[in-house]
Design a binder for this molecule. Structure first.
Ligand SMILES: [Zn+2]
Ligand SMILES: [Zn+2]
Length: 362
């Protein structure tokens, strides 16, 4: 892939807080690497805030965004990043939700209308007017990020910002998926894919009372899964996970987190009667085949789950502050963004990479 990007020499200096520019990792075209470059520092308009980024997780969505993999593509140039955590530095007119100095998380749902039927019924994540961080709005792969004050979530004291970053998408997404799955105590929950999302899904399913089966193709990830509370593990490269799960009675719920349509089909076939399959991952290949006959006769539910609301994210932080969850992550400098993306794509990362903007030079 690409070599480490040098930090622009024109950025830095002694007066960073009053600087009009910052550096950001910018996508210019879907075939090339991100470029770390000097761009204008954002200014908060009405309802907006500017946050000094402390940490920003790398989600598979950022990689899909950078490659233009999905039917609805972002428009270059843009800055990815939707697991941003940092300190509010500037407050725009009318912002009452947060104050300067607060630590906040800036999730995928960067903006919603607040008045449509989805927004007022607790489904703001389905708002048709929504804007998304790192996709339609510039994200947190930068020194500073602009956000709507109403759509950020405060990070409680006692939650490490490096942990808070992965919780902001991987955490809330899997927390919501377990809610949508309807997991109750004693349910058998199959988690397909133990990575940035999966390692958290296992913990939330266990917190909900489920007995967790983790499915992956990498032994070290399965070991991690057991550490985090999975009762059973199966290596799908060595053993048919469908057979394995049916030998245990079949899954009450299966959560599809691996970006492979084949894994979605295995998740479907691992269900017991009345089971629920939750679609979460978004493979570039957009289709799977499901049988109608078995779905009807077995009373199967298939449901999609997209991120979570601000309330879900608050609950995620509350659980973490109470010591109920562990975040497996490693930190890298934002200047390593291209290598980090290549490592995630090659499956070389156990869970999550969190970028930290490099310290400013004195
Ligand atoms: Zn994400
Ligand atoms: Zn709305």
């Amino acid at each position: 892939m690409t070599s480490t990007l040098a930090r622009p020499t024109t950025v830095g200096g002694s007066s960073r807080t009053t600087a009009k520019t910052m550096y950001a990792a910018v996508v210019h075209d879907f075939d090339g690497p991100l470029r770390l470059e000097e761009v204008a520092k954002p200014v908060a308009g009405a309802g907006e805030i500017v946050v000094r980024v402390e940490a920003s997780g790398l989600c598979h969505t950022d990689i899909h965004a950078a490659h233009g993999d999905w039917p609805v593509k972002p428009t270059p140039p843009f800055t990815p990043g939707h697991e941003g955590v940092g300190i509010v530095e500037e407050i725009g007119l009318g912002v009452t939700e947060v104050a300067a100095g607060d630590r906040v998380a800036i999730p995928w749902l960067g903006y919603a209308c607040g008045t449509c039927e989805y927004c007022v019924s607790g489904w703001e994540t389905l708002c048709l007017e929504q804007k998304n961080m790192g996709y339609s709005l510039d994200g947190s792969f930068a020194e500073y990020v602009k956000a709507y004050g109403r759509y950020v979530v405060k990070v409680p004291d006692g939650v490490d910002p490096i942990d808070a970053a992965p919780l902001t998408c991987a955490g809330v997404t899997t927390y919501k998926a377990v809610k949508v799955a309807g997991t109750r105590s004693s349910d058998l929950v199959a988690v397909f894919g133990v990575g940035g999302l999966g390692h958290l899904a296992i913990q939330y399913a266990a917190i909900a009372g489920g007995r967790v089966i983790a499915v992956d193709v990498v032994d070290e990830k399965l070991e991690l899964a057991r550490d985090l509370g999975a009762e059973f593990t199966v290596n799908a490269a060595e053993q048919d996970p469908v057979e394995f799960i049916h030998a245990l009675g079949g899954a009450d719920q299966a959560i599809a987190l691996a970006v492979s349509p084949e894994s979605f089909e295995q998740a479907y076939r691992s269900l017991r009667r009345k089971g629920t399959l939750v679609f979460v991952a978004l493979p570039a290949e957009n289709h799977i085949e499901l049988p109608i006959f078995e779905t009807v006769l077995n009373g199967i539910t298939v449901v999609g789950s997209i991120v979570g609301t601000r309330v879900d994210l608050r609950e995620v932080f509350e659980l973490h502050a109470a010591g109920k969850t562990r975040v497996i992550r490693e930190t890298r400098s934002l200047s390593d963004v291209n290598e980090a993306m290549a490592d995630v794509e090659a499956g070389r990362i156990p869970a999550r990479i969190v970028f930290t903007p490099e310290p400013t030079s004195a």
